[in-house]
Design a protein around this ligand. Structure first.
Ligand SMILES: Cc1cc2nc3c(=O)[nH]c(=O)nc-3n(C[C@H](O)[C@H](O)[C@H](O)COP(=O)(O)OP(=O)(O)OC[C@H]3O[C@@H](n4cnc5c(N)ncnc54)[C@H](O)[C@@H]3O)c2cc1C
Length: 603
């Protein structure tokens, strides 16, 4: 007989990052009871690490900005495989959502006349990122948390969801365990919102926190939901690379937004060497014009360092591969050079980029006001995720909603910096609203005991296994496989090799054993993460094999060009009746004429 505690809510939100918190606040505002579950402590979600800002066309710094430019920038950045409806809603609704945060107490940086200050970021035509120094995620989480606490949310911290439960086709709740005591908890709900963030921990070098193990993607997939465009993983161009202990930690794009430049071993600004046709008209002709852009000159165009992340990351890889890299296998990012332009540049850099200053000083012994940083690409974000309806955020499973990084669509093949935080608040709000509506319109769902017993048995398996192999060994092999074979530059034979290794890893994961008891057992937790990591890794690899072209975050050595035929569909994976992963091409619905006209106009 299974031993668990039962909790019941109208809406269950899994994940307390920006997306989950915003969804929970909205659902509660609709008058339904809301439970919010998170793996770590409230306030510790990955969102807290976000640095540079949230994109919203408020036109506070440049009055030429508006939703249409933001929409066109997002679609261009995503290389036109985005869910255009989501891109439209996001561009239109982000300013309102940001102002709402301000009304709830968020303390944004200010323009001289007292409005929310906005900064430049890659791929955005105008300064658009509302920010709080380089600690925007902290302020976002603090504000939502403070506001949410007063909405009567029931928060279940340090509680990890293991399985989504269903009543027939419909979502009906979740089975979880609490880390403190290792006890099981059954959540019954009329609607479930998944907001579990990213998948970065499937790779060895990543900016993601320990929570980024693709749980929501995997939970939804195993519950029958479709995942979309999983091949599109974003490798951020600038992560720390030295010393080894800090490898992968993010160096915010705000450094380049404030005038930081990329140089190779010979001191050459290599980003001027190759500017994609799609961006030629919007890119500075020379360093002087680029500098003027970063300082707010409306007649100047952006420096090539602020091209989209996929392109910048590939340019860095090219420099390294061709022998022009830095001593530890990256290139140099230099903000110290602004001393040639700005008096008291040291104070200026420390004020604009306080976290970066401390990060490099304390972790690498580098004073960024005086010397360049050594950086290289790092796994950062997944554009692919749970396939949702653009307006409601409902997945292909009735009653199961998804928002934030674990949902797909908005960003297409490549996300623009700053478009995630705004995604969280725009689609978190929508998911919360529609989940509450679904809960109000549908009665309580039933959950049969058999589902719960299967989930419990599976969770406890590692305690009974006698193989002796620990979960960390399997996790290491998995991360190495994905890093080496399905990384920033991909090829058919390597990805096929990855698939075959993943099959072996699945076997090993089924047999891992853990020692000790169930209270705060990190080995057990890691063992339970493996299924999620393996599911998302397989989805990424199968989709990457299927997309025989290069587009956005997906670059193939054997198909280095974009193929227009691949712009017509999304790649969708589902769990087949035989339990195996199936992949299909699904046509992208035609864009309405009024949005096509916006794209034409902004070309
Ligand atoms: C260093 C860094 C800087 C960034 N800077 C920016 C920026 O400036 N601008 C921008 O737009 N984007 C930025 N990003 C990206 C952005 O921060 C993320 O995409 C975003 O915060 C994801 O938010 P989320 O709400 O979807 O998920 P998260 O914030 O990742 O939250 C996920 C939540 O789900 C919970 N969870 C996960 N699995 C389970 C489970 N099985 N059971 C229960 N709970 C679970 C976690 O505990 C957590 O509460 C940055 C990312 C990094 C790493």
């Amino acid at each position: 007989m299974t031993d668990y505690q039962t909790v019941e809510h109208d809406v269950l939100v899994i994940g307390a990052g920006g997306a989950g918190l915003r969804a929970a606040i909205e659902a509660a505002a609709q008058g339904v009871s809301v439970g919010l579950v998170c793996k770590s402590l409230l306030g510790k979600a990955h969102t807290v690490m976000a640095e540079g800002g949230m994109a919203a066309a408020m036109a506070n710094v440049d009055d030429r900005d508006n939703w249409r430019v933001h929409f066109a920038d997002t679609m261009r950045g995503g290389q036109y495989v985005n869910n255009w409806r989501m891109a439209e809603l996001h561009a239109k609704e982000a300013p309102e959502r940001v102002k709402e945060l301000e009304a709830w107490g968020a303390l944004f940086d200010r323009t001289p006349d007292g409005r929310i200050l906005q900064r430049n970021f890659g791929g955005h035509r105008y300064p658009r990122l509302a920010h709080v120094g380089d600690r925007t995620g902290l302020e976002l989480i603090r504000t939502l948390q403070d506001h949410g606490i007063h909405q009567g949310l029931d928060v279940h911290m340090e509680c990890t969801v293991l399985t989504l439960l269903k009543d027939g086709d419909r979502a009906a709740g979740a089975f979880a365990y609490d880390r403190e005591r290792g006890r099981f908890r059954l959540f019954k709900a009329k609607a479930v919102v998944v907001a579990t963030g990213g998948i970065g921990r499937a790779y060895k070098i990543t900016t993601n926190s320990w929570e980024g193990t693709g749980d929501g993607h995997s939970l939804a997939y195993h519950a029958g939901a479709a995942l979309q465009d999983m091949e599109f993983v974003q490798f951020h161009p600038t992560g720390m690379i030295w010393p080894p202990s800090v490898r992968g930690i993010l160096v915010t794009e705000a450094v380049r937004g404030e005038g930081g430049v990329l140089k190779n071993r010979d001191g050459r600004r290599f980003m001027f060497d190759n500017i994609p046709d799609l961006y030629k008209a919007q890119t500075a002709d020379d360093p002087e014009e680029g500098w003027r852009y970063t300082q707010g000159d409306k007649d100047a165009r952006r420096p090539p360092e602020l091209l989209t992340r996929d392109h910048v990351a590939r340019m860095i890889v090219r420099e390294v591969r061709e022998g022009r890299g830095s001593p530890h296998g990256g290139v140099f990012l230099d903000i110290a050079w602004v001393k040639q332009k700005i008096p008291k540049s040291e104070e200026h850099i420390k004020r604009k980029l306080p976290s970066m200053y401390h990060q490099f000083m304390q972790l690498a012994g580098v004073d960024i006001t005086k010397e360049p940083m050594e950086i290289g690409p790092t796994t950062h974000y997944v554009m692919g995720g749970i396939r949702v309806d653009g307006d409601t955020q409902m997945s292909t499973v009735p009653g199961l909603f998804a928002c934030g990084e674990c949902a797909a669509g908005l960003h297409g093949a490549n996300r623009l910096g700053g478009n995630s935080l705004s995604d969280l608040i725009v689609f978190g709000q929508r998911a919360g609203e529609h989940a509450a509506r679904f809960a109000a319109q549908n009665g309580a769902a039933g959950i049969d005991e058999a589902q719960i017993q299967v989930a419990e048995r599976e969770a406890l398996l590692p305690f009974d296994s006698l193989t002796g192999e620990g979960p960390y060994q399997v996790q290491d092999s998995l991360q190495e496989t994905m890093q080496d074979l399905v990384g920033i530059v991909r090829a058919q034979h390597e990805m096929e090799e990855a698939l075959s290794r993943l099959e072996t890893l699945k076997e090993r994961a089924r047999c891992v054993s853990v020692r000790g008891n169930r209270e705060y057992n990190p080995g057990w937790h890691t063992a339970l993460d493996l299924k999620n990591l393996l599911t998302v890794s397989e989805a990424i690899t199968r989709s990457a094999i299927e997309r025989k072209e290069s587009r956005g975050g997906h670059f193939r050595d054997d198909y280095p060009d974009k193929d227009p035929a691949y712009a017509a569909f999304n790649l969708v994976v589902r769990k087949g009746a035989d339990g195996e992963m199936q992949i299909a091409r699904e046509q992208i619905p035609p864009m309405p004429d009024h949005l096509k006209a916006v794209i034409e106009e902004m070309k």
